[in-house]
Design a protein around this ligand. Sequence first.
Ligand SMILES: [Zn+2]
Length: 354
Amino acid sequence: MAGVGLTFNKNHYLHDSLLNGFPCPENPFRLKAIMQYLEKNGLMNNGTFTFYEAEKASLSDILRVHTVEYVDLIKACTKDSRLSPGNDVYVCPSSYEVLLQAVGCVLKAGEVVVKDMCDHSFALIRPPGHHAGPDTSSGFCIFNNSGILAKYLRNVYGLDRIAIINIDAHSSDGTYAVFDGDPSVLCISIHQDQSTLYPYRGFIKDIGVRPALGYCINMEMPTESGNPEYEIFYDEVVEKVLLQFDPQIILLECGFDAYYKEPLSKLNLTINGYYRIIFKLASNWNIVTLLEGGYHDDLGLMTSVVLNALVGTDNIEDDVDQIDLLASRHVKTRKEFNNNLALLKMRLEPYWDL
Ligand SMILES: [Zn+2]
């Protein structure tokens, strides 16, 4: 049985918009619900998963991706509530310490995999990171967790072929901004049509810049896309590109907001949809999973689905009647998906054999 490592930033609850007097979907209840679910269902101490304590990250770890001026701004915002860190982002007095601890958990999750202590890992952390660029925060994200980990693995462990895959409903625009000219990091973001969802960036035409043309892939899934469309895209693009790129490790930006119950987006993945993507990835490569978005009531269930997929245990019974779900969809979803897939393949044709 595969070994799966877990990390968790215990101080995350100190990053809470309610401390500033207003509610936000990205709040401590998300991670609290996940931990409660894992505990209640006996996943914390059944011998399958190993929890690893993590040191907080150092400033030099953060500076591999972010500018000094940006980090100073974030620190200043924690001390002066009149300063703003960016759009759709909040900070509290303890947020900087929480962020360093979260990144520390991310680095530890990478380390246990690269040192072969585990086949795969999952960093249960918040806030998320994939919208944060080198000097920008947005969409609840302040430090780019996967970007910092990729640069750490390259600098400290000498990895030179790292893949970052985003399955959050929102595009991984921050990660794209970090690596759009870097052919040693392949970025694939599978997200909702960007004419219909924040951050309105990450279009099919965006495939990176020289010398990394073709090494950033943005797939826009039409609203209501679900398990069949994700499976086709995985088989026809993701797996083929990964087999050619041959990554030494995969960092999975795992948002749970492509789930059919998500209120902030309009995709229709079910637990089997998530399971199949992650099971297929984990069957071929070592995966470091990083928690990104997801703002519905099933975050605990979804986390257990991912953990089971990483371990390779039998699939969990789906809670959705696929026939009903398919019947309720607008017929144009598949047509739009096919058009997007054809357009993307045409864009990627000079760089990958699809
Ligand atoms: Zn999201």
